[in-house]
Design a protein around this ligand. Structure first.
Ligand SMILES: Nc1nc2c(ncn2[C@@H]2O[C@H](COP(=O)(O)OP(=O)(O)OP(=O)(O)O)[C@@H](O)[C@H]2O)c(=O)[nH]1
Length: 320
């Protein structure tokens, strides 16, 4: 199977669905217990119910804009159908969330032109602690399991621990890691990694970057330099700029998304740590607000806990 086929694959296999269900348990519990409260004592969906629902969505980290959009759509359905019973609210909500996710996440990753570039270069960005390195390790593991040749570039040279951590993942997963001494030029690491990947005929390059959010100009310069060095080796690279966000941070994830999308051309999102948080609504809001597809979600710490985001499986799991 080639890279292209791998990313066309839909992750609805039973095992993945079980992991997803488990990972989203807290979000689901939080969400539905709030909804139950929101409709308590009401038989039809009226303005009160919609006001309460608005609060439920906002406090579930769906984000204000997306919440208003969902409420507006439900209101239109209520106006059209008159006297909708509150027992239908879950159905309505499910439909609207599914539609929203469909608008923003096509599940068709052809836009990333997998298989058309060898090596396919992914530059991974995000602040420290969001699960960037872990996501890189898990992704490398996933790709390697499909017999793809993967190389990692330790371009987060700012902290010694980051270089060590990625080397450790390389050993664990069994993929090559290109690294230089701590404090060396990240762009130089990226250059070396791409050059050696071309020479070795590797399929995928994943470059880690430092997650310093000192200020926008600094971030732009730092990422811009790495990008332009990559272009020198492979003019079309990076093919993917993957922003990693910690789903358990709710509104902070929105803010980071804003900063990084302003600083560089992010075209894919990975949302981690959805297990153990009730803030999974962030997946719905972020993809809608920034119009960037969520490509991966992290639902646990183990190597197999990174999933290709499947909007149908996600909604199924949430409303099961
Ligand atoms: N529960 C859970 N933990 C995760 C997930 N993804 C990452 N983590 C954990 O989050 C912590 C931080 O992950 P790192 O990969 O070190 O984060 P980072 O963004 O690379 O941060 P630095 O290496 O400090 O730059 C680690 O303990 C990971 O095991 C996830 O999907 N679920």
């Amino acid at each position: 199977m080639g890279l292209f086929d791998f990313f066309k694959k839909k992750e609805t296999e039973p095992e993945a669905q079980v992991a997803l269900d488990k990972g989203l348990e807290k979000t689901k519990e939080g969400f539905f217990s709030k909804i139950t409260k929101a409709v308590a004592g009401k038989s039809t969906i009226d303005d009160d119910v919609l006001d309460n629902l608005e609060e439920v969505l906002v406090t579930s980290d769906v984000g204000v804009n997306t919440t208003l959009k969902i409420i507006d759509r439900i209101q239109q359905r209520v106006t059209k159908d008159k006297y909708l019973s509150t027992t239908e609210l879950n159905h309505l909500l499910r439909d609207e969330i599914q539609l929203l996710l469909a608008e923003n996440n096509s599940n068709d990753f052809r836009q990333f032109e997998y298989g058309q570039h060898k090596p396919y270069v992914i530059m991974v960005v995000g602040v420290n602690g969001v699960g960037k390195t872990t996501t890189i390790g898990k992704l490398a593991h996933k790709l390697k399991a499909e017999n793809l040749k993967v190389v990692l570039g330790a371009a987060d040279t700012f902290r010694a621990a980051a270089v060590e951590q990625i080397k450790l993942w390389g050993e664990r997963v069994g993929v090559r890691v290109v690294a230089q001494a701590m404090g060396s030029d990240p762009a130089s690491v990226a250059y070396d990694t791409l050059q050696s990947a071309v020479a070795n005929g590797e399929d995928v390059v994943i470059i880690d970057t430092a997650g310093r959010l000192h200020n926008k100009i600094g971030l732009m310069n730092e990422l811009g330099k790495i990008k332009s060095v990559m272009e020198k080796v492979i003019p079309s690279a990076p093919h993917e700029i993957l922003l990693v966000l910690d789903g358990s941070t709710g509104q902070n994830a929105f803010e980071q998304c804003k900063q990084f999308t302003e600083a560089t051309d992010v075209n894919a999102l990975a949302i981690t740590k959805l297990d153990g948080t009730a803030k999974g609504g962030v997946v719905i809001g972020i993809s809608d607000q920034f119009k960037i597809p969520v490509k991966y979600i992290g639902v646990g710490e183990s190597m197999n806990d990174l999933q290709l985001f499947d909007k149908k499986a996600f909604v199924d799991s949430l409303f099961k």
